[in-house]
Design a protein around this ligand. Structure first.
Ligand code: ZN
Length: 137
């Protein structure tokens, strides 16, 4: 397993359209399109930022994981995603080490990436996402 880079940083907000104004008007970062990820019950916008991206998410229903996160901890930083060369290899390696995982098998996230989350108990409190993408841009 090899970690290639910080793929993106996940930020949760209550109002995506409203929050995107800050990123575009103040920081000059533009969303490259928004999409709804049904499985996660979120509307997501990716904002390319150099070699990484910001992933800004708004819950689409009050019962999804992101809605629950905001309810408990408020808006703000939610997760960090590291791009790996092989997500299967990475998960197998972490299981071998006895690390606690949220996803034991990869699933599909925004943009068709294959993703898996580690449990914050395994990472000193960080919700860490591993992601593998086909295109190596
Ligand atoms: Zn993410």
């Amino acid at each position: 397993m090899k970690v290639l880079k910080v793929d993106h940083i996940g930020i949760v907000v209550k109002d995506l359209a409203e929050s995107l104004k800050f990123y575009s008007e103040v920081l000059g970062l533009e969303a490259v399109g928004t999409e709804v990820v049904e499985e996660q019950k979120v509307k997501v916008a990716f904002l390319p930022c150099g070699d990484s991206e910001l992933e800004v998410m708004e819950p689409t229903t009050p019962d999804g994981p992101v809605a629950k996160f905001i309810e408990k901890r408020g808006e703000g930083l939610q997760h960090i995603a590291l791009r790996v060369d092989s997500i299967e290899e990475a998960l197998a390696f972490m299981q071998e080490k006895g690390l606690r995982l949220i996803d034991e098998k990869p699933r599909y996230g925004a943009g068709g990436a294959r993703i898996a989350f580690l449990h914050p108990k395994a990472t000193n409190g960080i919700l860490l996402e591993l992601t593998e993408r086909n295109e190596q841009d």
